[in-house]
Write a protein that binds this ligand. Structure first.
Ligand SMILES: Cc1ncc(COP(=O)(O)O)c(C=O)c1O
Length: 452
């Protein structure tokens, strides 16, 4: 059987698809595995109780009987392609109440998870464009096309962006400045910062070959939170070049609010904000939320109609009452954020105990559900380290997958880091970090003994 180019693009094995299979197999295995590899949110009792309670209430929330309940209305009807209207209204009220953005229902569309949103947005703003300016000055006035990329202002970035373009890979990526910083008064930490000089000098930006700028904030994989100044600078560049700034807020404010640094969330017509219900604990509901200018929302709704008819309504049904009365925000502030902050503190302590005397640097934990570890001068690549850890029943994700748009063959740093999830329970974190400590210490010790 032969597949089209489109089919081949989406079915060819990639490093990351193999890795994801490994992670999936590990979960099915009967051997105990220290799963520090995936992006699944933690099981938090208070969170699950609230979702279960809300879910049960959906079945009998109407005096006219179960058949008129919210559960039946959501399950038995398509919404329009923009998404569940009651949830969109609840979100409009919520964002205007908390941020004063002056949104209307025309500014919000729903998608089947935010991964689905990135598929739409990266193909809307990256790929082949017919270029009016080129046409205007062209000698022969033939229609011409220009290829535009999505600019990632700070890599490492989210692995899931890598393969979403329908044709090719369209990224222009900027490598970070690496600053050594302290965390809670302790040394041994670093923080990535946007290299604005390199960004402003990118030929693709100056030549009009960038279609949008995109960053995750907090960032998956590093837990970095771009500062308000960095965000304002990116917004200014986006406006100057008349391209949108896409902010992936999967871990950000106001839900799940897994963010510990001092940061503000802004929106204007040139900003596309992407939210998700996944990291508050509902990844199986596949619900993404886009807040953007009405023109973008119209385009996303049209794509929803073709690809999905309409987005799923079940996550919307569960989240609507929680958004209407702000319980979603209380849940994020009082349960989700403190949970991950505690996990990050524990994981940092365990890592320092295990590797304090070795060249371990940890990215300053500022948010998200991961720690990003840098083993400077590690004698093997972290791809090989991944294999060694896997043999000992511990799964992490090696760094080289997190550089979409970068040729990592000559960038040593991209082979020296790992991402570890902090969503696991305390025992798994303890056992997993113990294995990482043993394996990494042995590697450095062996290399040192050979140097004498
Ligand atoms: C930064 C980031 N963006 C987007 C997504 C996609 O999330 P979902 O499609 O579950 O909303 C993820 C999932 O891990 C993520 O980490």
């Amino acid at each position: 059987m032969k597949f089209s180019k489109f089919g081949q693009k989406f079915t060819q094995p990639t490093g990351i698809s193999q890795l994801m299979d490994d992670l999936g197999d590990a979960l099915k295995s009967d051997q105990p595995v220290n799963m520090l590899g995936g992006g699944n949110p933690a099981k938090i009792d208070a969170v699950n109780e609230l979702f279960l309670e809300t879910y049960k209430a959906l079945g009998n929330d109407n005096d006219a009987g179960e058949t008129n309940s919210s559960a039946i209305i959501s399950m038995a009807n398509y919404s329009n392609p923009q998404g569940d209207a009651a949830f969109i209204d609840a979100l409009v009220g919520f964002f205007n109440r908390h941020y004063d953005w002056n949104l209307t229902a025309e500014n919000i569309a729903l998608t089947n998870g935010s991964q689905n949103a990135f598929f739409y947005l990266f193909n809307l703003f990256g790929g082949a464009f017919s270029d009016n300016k080129l046409d205007e000055h062209s000698q022969d006035k033939e229609s011409q096309s220009i290829d535009k990329s999505i600019l990632l202002p700070l890599t490492p970035e989210y692995i899931g962006y890598s393969d979403v373009h329908v044709e090719g890979q369209h990224f222009a990526a900027v490598l970070p400045h690496i600053d050594e910083v302290t965390h809670d008064g302790e040394a041994g930490f670093f923080k990535y910062r946007v290299d604005f000089e390199a960004l402003e000098n990118l030929p693709a930006l100056k030549e009009g070959r960038i279609g949008a700028i995109c960053c995750s904030r907090p960032t998956n994989p590093t837990g970095n939170v771009l500062t308000d100044e960095e965000m304002a600078h990116l917004a200014e560049i986006a406006k100057r070049y008349e391209i949108p700034l896409i902010i992936d807020n999967a871990y950000g404010m106001p839900f799940p609010n897994i963010i510990y640094s001092d940061a503000q969330l802004s929106w204007d017509n040139n900003t596309i904000l992407c939210f998700s219900l996944s990291k508050i604990g509902l990844p199986g509901m596949r619900t993404g939320i886009i807040v953007a200018d009405a023109k973008v929302i119209e385009a996303v709704s049209a794509m929803n109609a073709v690809v999905n008819l309409a987005p799923t309504r079940f996550g919307a049904a569960i989240a609507t009452p929680l958004v209407n009365d702000d319980r979603i925000k209380q849940l994020a502030d009082n349960e989700i954020k403190p949970f991950y902050q505690k996990q990050a503190t524990l994981a940092v302590k365990l890592l320092k105990d295990a590797l304090g005397d070795y060249p371990l640097m940890i990215h300053k934990p500022e948010g998200a559900i991961f720690l990003w570890l840098w083993f400077k001068g590690l004698p093997i690549s972290t791809l090989e380290l991944y294999e060694r850890l896997k043999e000992k029943g511990t799964l992490i994700v090696p760094s080289e997958y997190f550089f979409p748009g970068v040729d990592v063959s000559n960038y040593q740093h991209a082979h020296e880091c790992i991402r570890m999830s902090i969503a696991a329970d305390e025992q798994t974190l303890t056992d997993g970090i113990k294995v990482i400590g043993e394996v990494v210490r042995e590697l450095y010790d062996e290399a040192n003994s050979q140097n004498y």
